[in-house]
Structure formats: C-alpha cells, structure tokens
Design a binder for this molecule. Structure first.
Ligand code: SF4
Ligand code: SF4
Length: 260
C-alpha cells in the first residue's frame, strides 16, 4: 500500500537526537557552535561473503577493515550531531533556523537511508495525521516517489561511502580503538568541539595523500553481555566490558539488561 505523507511541523524530529553527518556537514555544525560525537560499531568479518549478498556489500562499502585479536572486522564510524532537548537550530515557532543548510538527514526525514530498512510510520516521530491518505504519496512498492528526495538519499549514501577512509583516519587521530558489536550498541566518543574540529580537518588533509593505504589496526570489542565477550574470546578476539573504556568514551547498548 502506498504511504502518503506531509510534514505537520510538529518538531518531534528536531529534539533529543543524534543526527548522522558527513564530514563537511560536521565541520559546518561545529563552526555553528554545535557538538558532535563518533558512534563506533564493528561487524565480525571472518570471511568474504558471497558476491550476491547485497546486504553484506552495503555494509562493506560503509566500513573499513580492522582486526580484534586475530578476528577480522569491518568497523563503521558515524559522525553525529548530538543534542539533548531541542536542536540548537530549532526556532520557537518550530521552523528550522538553518533550513537552507540543514543536514541531508534532516532533508530526507522520515525516509530511510538504508535501502534494506523498510519505512514504517510506527518507527518515526511523525504524528498519525502526517500519514493521511489526502497527502502526496511518499513511498510506493518500496520506492520513494519524489525525485528530490531520491537524489538526496543517493547523495547521502555516496558521501557515507566517500568518507569511510577519512573516518578511519579520524578515529586514529582521536585515539579511538574500541567499538560495540553491531546490533548490540555503539561506543560513543565525545571529544569536544575544538578537538573534533582539528581532528576532522587533519583526517581530511591526511586522506588525500594516502591513496587508500590506511593501516589496519587492532580494536577492542565492547559489550555489556558476558556471553558476547566469552564468545568473542573463544575466537581470539579482544573483548572488554564498558568499564574498560577510557574517559570521553561511553557504551550505548540497545539492551540495557546485562547478563553478568
Ligand atoms: S537542523 Fe533544522 S531540521 Fe535538522 S534537527 Fe535541527 S532544527 Fe531540525
Ligand atoms: S516529526 Fe515528522 S511531522 Fe513532525 S516535524 Fe518531523 S518530519 Fe514533520
């Protein structure tokens, strides 16, 4: 069934968020006085998947290679704008104060970036009246209809892939070597505005001269689950509990309950 949609300007999607940014958007966000964080997650990658595994290919493109002990990994680092409460750009009349230069993720909401995630109104912050059948069709048969929207989604995916090596260097510049297991959570790194600004500029500068030759280094996999750490240790991966993280890094688990 087609999904109809029109934004009601309720402002829910502009509060208490972590908005994924590409690196040039992150520089703009920081220069506007905003705060950013890194979200780090890792996927065990013991062998290359089949060539027709499109989901694996998507994950591969968005990630860089690493090791944990002897276990091969793919690490995904996401730079996010982070704020509790209203976005610093949200005006009192609930309009965006940076509308013309708002991040691409804001432009496409409530559409999904990930082509393997179906759009579900129940998973979005938009009120029920925003999905009324009187409004234009947003999505039909799994495809977004509006050409500007599809172009923005394509551009988002392209910059996500383009920035991978620079984010690999960025994590190295910031001394980040810990990631949560994908699907369990994230390691959240909060370096502060000035440090992040310098680190992103350095990473962009360095990546241009490296021509794809970024060293593969060892990462620690953080989990709040004893069973996960035991499983990782059994395959010679380096695993640790969230308490092992250094200052400035925290663990954000999808499941707050621990099994230890
Ligand atoms: S930048 Fe604008 S659209 Fe994006 S969260 Fe902030 S107020 Fe909302
Ligand atoms: S939550 Fe949905 S309806 Fe509300 S402002 Fe954001 S996009 Fe519009």
């Amino acid at each position: 069934m087609p999904l109809h949609f029109s934004c009601t300007m309720c402002g829910h999607c502009c509060r208490g968020l972590r908005i994924p940014l590409n690196l040039s958007e992150a520089i703009d966000w920081l220069s506007d006085g905003g705060e950013t964080q890194l979200l780090c997650e890792a996927i065990p990658w013991p062998a290359e998947p089949a060539v027709d595994n499109l989901l694996a290919a998507y994950k591969f493109q968005r990630s860089f290679p690493a090791l944990s002990g002897t276990l091969p990994l793919r690490v995904i680092v996401t730079v996010v704008a982070a704020f509790d409460g209203p976005c610093p750009h949200l005006k009192s009349d609930l309009r965006c104060g940076a509308y013309d230069r708002r991040p691409r993720v804001c432009r496409i909401y409530p559409a999904e970036i990930n082509p393997f995630i179906a759009l579900r109104p129940a998973g979005k912050g938009c009120p029920p009246e925003a999905w009324d059948n009187r409004y234009p069709v947003l999505e039909a048969s799994g495809r977004y209809v509006d050409r500007t929207l599809t172009a923005d989604i394509e551009a988002l995916r392209a910059t996500d892939i383009r920035d991978v090596e620079a984010k690999q260097i960025l994590s190295s510049v910031l001394g980040v070597r810990a990631a949560a297991l994908a699907n369990e959570g994230f390691v959240v790194v909060s370096p502060g505005r000035e440090t992040m600004t310098r680190a992103i500029a350095l990473a962009i500068d360095k990546v241009e001269g490296l021509d794809g030759n970024v060293s593969i280094v060892s990462w620690t996999l953080i989990s709040n689950r004893c069973s996960t750490r035991d499983t990782l240790a059994s395959v010679d991966a380096q695993a640790a509990a969230p308490e092992a993280l250094p200052d400035g890094q925290t663990y954000l688990g999808f499941d707050a309950s621990r099994d230890d």
